[in-house]
Design a protein around this ligand. Structure first.
Ligand code: 48N
Length: 319
């Protein structure tokens, strides 16, 4: 087997440049890729198709440099949104549009953001939103069938993917997915009044296994405003409001009530608010605080609760 140095020299993408120099040299594109359009590629796979060369470390550095730069940038954020479900993403959309000057971090425990909004209900793909939530869809540019008092988006994934793509395109919004908020940062004033001042995060797989692995301490993000939209179910559902109870900032949770669409959606939107100083709660997490009914497979309140949560957060920055 050839010695490692000779093996590396053979495989360095700069072809024969000594290994050390290969790491430092800016890769000179040696690929005379003529393809400018997909049509250029058609039926030429054997004749001329070839990917440009790469070294694995370039991929690693391309990812890690950006990720750790983002962690550094958002270690001090203006707003942290906990949960990238339909409410959290709607909140981020409104904030990203309104305030490109604010640093907004979204912490999502799942690898895939979107929460419960990939299906309209059970296994059905169409998503219902009651009017006037179609106003949000119009702003987002999502088409729908108008059924009079409500509208139907042909696939919930069309709504969620459109919303997600818009949110991720904002330069001042960063999504940290597969990352869980596992505690809240607090500050106390001289009178003992507590304000939420940031979040404590860890990789979700770590957060889910604190009981069966040796301690892995968390990371933190400081921010003056936290918007919690962690939903009502799932492994971390209603996380922030449950934590407020365990840290004795809320006496108890009202507990989500039975399904009643007409009562639930108005209540969730109207009650989206700052529950304790520094922490705004929206979406279905809110139903656990006040004992609001659940609405089941209709999503207008999630979108408009996000609109209201953004409005509440901006009051802090507009003061
Ligand atoms: O979709 P959800 O669960 O929550 P919402 O409030 O955005 O939307 C709720 C909606 O999907 C419904 O439940 C519908 C309307 N049905 C109502 C009914 O009556 O059944 O999204 C919450 C997101 C999820 O993606 C979670 O993974 C995430 O929050 N999450 C967290 N992310 C980070 N850290 C945490 N501690 C955490 N907890 C939950």
């Amino acid at each position: 087997m050839s010695p490692p140095s000779a093996m590396y020299a053979e495989t360095s993408h700069a072809d024969g440049v000594p290994l050390k120099a290969a790491f430092d040299v800016k890769p000179v594109p040696i690929h005379n890729n003529k393809a400018q359009t997909l049509e250029d590629m058609a039926n030429k796979w054997e004749e001329s198709f070839k990917f440009a060369p790469i070294r694995e470390s370039q991929v690693s550095r391309a990812m890690t440099r950006r990720y750790f730069n983002d962690l550094d940038t958002y270690a001090e954020s203006d707003i942290v949104i906990v949960g990238a479900g339909s409410c959290g993403l709607s909140t981020a959309y409104m904030l990203g549009k309104a305030r490109p000057d604010l640093k907004i971090a979204i912490i999502e425990s799942g690898v895939a953001p979107g929460g419960g909004a990939w299906l309209g209900g059970q296994l059905f793909s169409a998503m219902v939103m009651r009017k006037p939530a179609e106003v949000f869809l119009n702003d987002l540019g999502v088409p729908y069938d108008d059924e009079g008092d409500f509208v139907v988006v042909k696939h919930a994934a069309l709504f969620t993917s459109t919303l997600l793509s818009k949110v991720l395109s904002f330069p001042n919004v960063k999504l940290f997915n597969a990352t869980a908020v596992e505690d809240l940062i607090t500050r106390q004033d001289a009178d003992g009044n507590v304000r939420i001042a940031g979040v404590v995060t860890n990789w979700t797989l770590v957060s889910m296994h604190h009981d069966d692995q040796s301690c892995m301490d968390p990371n933190t993000i400081n921010a003056p405003v936290i918007i919690s939209t962690t939903g009502h179910d799932g492994p971390f559902g209603a996380f922030s409001v449950k934590r407020l109870v365990s840290m004795q900032q809320l006496e108890k949770l009202g507990g989500m009530r039975g399904l009643d669409m007409n009562r639930a959606e108005d209540a969730i939107v109207k009650r989206t608010r700052e529950v304790v100083p520094g922490l705004i709660v929206g979406g279905m997490e809110l139903s656990e605080v006040d004992g609001a009914n659940r609405m089941g497979p209709t999503f207008g309140a999630m979108a408009l609760s996000g609109v209201k949560a953004a409005e509440e957060a901006l009051k802090v920055f507009d003061e």
